[in-house]
Design a protein around this ligand. Structure first.
Ligand code: C2O
Length: 546
C-alpha cells in the first residue's frame, strides 16, 4: 500500500456554459474537479486550502472512514468548516473497498460546482471479477445553474418556497448539443471497435435522479457504489444523486458509419418543478471510415418517460450483490435494534412579520421521523469526543414515530413538523435494521437516502405502508445489494441492515440537496468498543475550529 498526496486549492474561476459566464468555486480552477485515484489499502492525504470567501468542507462520498470520522467532511457534523485562508489535511485509508466513488463539497449547495471522481483500483495483481477493460472512462453527471446556487438556496430558505431548478444537466461538466448555445460544450467519447470500456458513472447532480442510455448499445452493470454486483445487461440505467456505478460498454465489432448520442434526463416522482431537460454526449468510433464521413447519421437513445416508476422498480430489483467466495455479502442475519423512520416533506411556521411562499403561507420542511434536523453551530463529533454535548445535541432521536395515520394515504390536517438536533446512539457493533417509510404529507416522492461511515444491505422494499408482520418474510438475506445510497420508493418503504462497527458520528440524509436543506437528515452516534482498535482515533491537530 502507498500514501498518495493531493492538493486541493479552492479558488474562483470563470466558467461559461449556455452562453452564461459565472465565477464559480472550483478545486484548482477545474470544473468538474480533479480525479483522485488510489488503490484499495492506500492512504490518502489531501490538503484542502481555502482561497475563497465561502466556508468549505469536502466529503469523500462512500469512503467508510473506519475510525477516521474526522476526515469524513459534512459541515458541523464531523468538522467545523475550513475558513478563508485556512487549510486542513483529510487523512484516511481506503479499507476493503474498490470501485467508483466521488468527492464533493458538504456545506450549503457548494457541491453544485465542487465535485470530482474518486477512483479506487483493486490491490496490485488483483483482477476485476469481469473481463479486463481496454479503457476506463469517468462519466460524471452534474447540473449547471446560470445563476449562483448559493443565492438560490438562501432565497428559498428565507421565503420558504421551492428553489429554482438548474438550467442544464452536464456530463463531465458539459451540457451538450440539445441545449441552446452549447454544441461546442459536448462530451465526446471516442472508441475503437470490438473493445470493452469500463464507464465509471457518478450522479453528482444536486436534485435529480437520472435515466442514462447510449443509443444502439447495451450496458452491463457490474458494480454499484463501489461494490461488485451480479452482472446484468440493460439499455438504460437509473442513478440517483449520491449513487455511482460501473458499467461495461462493449463496442461494435465493425465500425458503424454513425455516431451515437448518450443521454440522461430525470426520473421524477415528487410534486413541484423539476429541470426536465436532457443532457447529451456523443459516442464516436475512431475508425478512419467513420472519420472520413463528414456528416454521420446520429442515433438517439429512447429513455423511459419521466415518471416511469415501473422501469425504476424493475431496474433496482435486478441489483444483487455478487456474493462470491472472494466477495461475500456479509448480510447481518440477526438484528439487535430495529428502527422505523418516516421520511418525507412537511411544513414549518413562517417567521413573524414575513410572508412565506411555501404551502398555505408556511415554509417547506423535510424530516426523518417527523424531525427536521437543525444544524448546530459547532461540530457534533467534536462535541461528542470532548464530552461537551450539552447545548449542541440531544440523544433522543425518535426511533418510532406515532402511528398517527396511514403514511401513504390521505395526508393529515396538520403538516407541521418538529425540529431539533437529535442523535440516535448505538453501542459498538450493534446490528441495525432500519425501515424507512415515505410519507404523503405533502405528496409522495422517492428519497435517495445516503448513510455516511457504512455500507448497508437493502434487504427489502415495497409500495404502500410497511407491514411489520408480513413484509420481513420476503426479505433477501442472501444477496441483497450493498451500497451507501438508495432510493426509498415514492409512496413506499425500504429496509436496510448494517453493522455499526465504526465509532463516530455519522450523517444520514436525502441526497436531493433541496431536501437536505429542508432538514431531511439525522445522525447516528456509534460509541467506542472496548478494544483499542475499536475506538475513534483522536482528532488531527489541524482540525478546523468553529
Ligand atoms: Cu454525498 Cu452526506 O453526502
Amino acid at each position: 500500500a502507498e500514501t498518495r498526496h493531493y492538493e486541493f486549492n479552492i479558488k474562483m474561476q470563470n466558467v461559461t456554459r449556455l452562453c452564461h459566464t459565472r465565477s464559480i468555486v472550483t478545486v484548482n480552477g477545474k470544473f468538474p474537479g480533479p480525479r483522485v485515484v488510489a488503490r484499495e489499502g492506500d492512504r490518502l492525504l489531501i490538503k484542502v486550502t481555502n482561497h475563497v470567501t465561502n466556508n468549505i468542507t469536502i466529503h469523500w462520498h462512500g469512503i467508510r472512514q473506519l475510525r477516521s470520522g474526522w476526515a469524513d467532511g459534512p459541515a458541523y457534523v464531523t468538522q467545523c468548516p475550513i475558513q478563508t485562508g485556512q487549510s486542513y489535511v483529510y487523512n484516511f485509508t481506503v479499507v476493503g473497498q474498490r470501485g467508483t466513488l466521488f468527492w464533493h463539497a458538504h456545506i450549503s449547495w457548494l457541491r453544485a460546482t465542487l465535485y470530482g471522481p474518486l477512483i479506487i483500483l483493486p490491490k496490485k495483481n488483483v483482477l476485476y471479477p469481469f473481463e479486463k477493460p481496454y479503457k476506463e472512462i469517468p462519466i460524471i453527471f452534474g447540473e449547471w445553474f446560470n445563476t449562483d446556487p448559493e443565492a438560490i438556496i438562501s432565497q428559498a430558505l428565507q421565503t420558504g418556497g421551492g428553489p429554482n431548478v438548474s438550467d442544464a444537466y452536464t456530463i463531465n461538466g458539459l451540457p451538450g448539443p440539445l441545449y441552446n448555445c452549447s454544441a461546442k460544450d459536448t462530451f465526446k467519447l471516442k472508441v475503437k471497435e470490438g473493445k470493452t470500456y469500463l464507464l465509471r458513472v457518478i450522479n453528482a447532480a444536486l436534485n435529480d435522479e437520472l435515466f442514462f442510455s447510449i443509443a444502439n448499445h447495451s450496458l452491463t452493470v457490474v458494480d454499484a457504489d463501489a461494490i461488485y454486483v451480479k452482472p446484468f445487461q440493460t439499455d438504460t440505467v437509473l442513478i440517483t444523486p449520491g449513487q455511482t456505478t460501473n458499467l461495461l460498454l462493449r463496442t461494435k465489432p465493425n465500425s458503424p458509419a454513425a455516431a451515437f448520442l448518450m443521454t440522461a434526463r430525470p426520473y421524477v416522482t415528487g410534486p413541484g418543478t423539476f429541470d426536465n431537460s436532457t443532457v447529451a454526449g456523443i459516442l464516436e468510433y475512431e475508425s478512419s471510415a467513420a472519420a472520413s464521413i463528414k456528416k454521420l447519421p446520429l442515433y438517439k437513445p429512447v429513455l423511459p418517460p419521466l415518471n416511469d416508476t415501473a422501469f425504476a422498480t424493475n431496474f433496482t430489483n435486478r441489483l444483487r450483490s455478487l456474493a462470491s467466495p472472494q466477495f461475500p455479502a456479509n448480510v447481518p442475519q440477526k438484528v439487535d435494534r430495529r428502527f422505523f423512520f418516516t421520511v418525507g416533506l412537511g411544513t414549518t411556521p413562517c417567521d413573524r412579520n414575513a410572508t412565506c411562499q411555501g404551502p398555505n403561507g408556511t415554509k417547506f420542511a423535510a424530516t426523518v421521523s417527523n424531525i427536521s434536523f437543525v444544524q448546530p453551530t459547532t461540530a457534533l463529533l467534536q462535541a461528542h469526543f470532548s464530552g461537551q454535548s450539552s447545548g449542541v445535541y440531544t440523544a433522543d432521536f425518535p426511533f418510532s414515530p406515532l402511528r398517527w395515520f396511514n403514511y401513504t394515504g390521505n395526508p393529515p390536517n396538520n403538516t407541521m413538523v418538529g425540529n431539533g438536533t437529535k442523535l440516535m446512539v448505538l453501542p459498538f457493533n450493534t446490528s441495525v435494521e432500519v425501515v424507512m417509510q415515505d410519507t404523503s404529507i405533502l405528496g409522495t416522492e422517492s428519497h435517495p437516502l445516503h448513510l455516511h461511515g457504512f455500507n448497508f444491505f437493502v434487504v427489502g422494499k415495497g409500495f404502500g405502508n410497511y407491514d411489520p408482520i408480513n413484509d420481513p418474510k420476503s426479505f433477501n438475506l442472501i444477496d441483497p445489494v450493498e451500497r451507501n445510497t438508495v432510493g426509498v420508493p415514492a409512496g413506499g418503504w425500504l429496509a436496510i441492515r448494517f453493522l455499526a462497527d465504526n465509532p463516530g458520528v455519522w450523517f444520514m440524509h436525502c441526497h436531493l440537496e433541496v431536501h437536505t436543506s429542508w432538514g431531511l437528515k439525522m445522525a447516528w452516534l456509534v460509541l467506542d468498543g472496548k478494544l483499542p482498535n475499536q475506538k475513534l482515533l483522536p482528532p488531527p491537530s489541524d482540525l478546523p475550529k468553529c
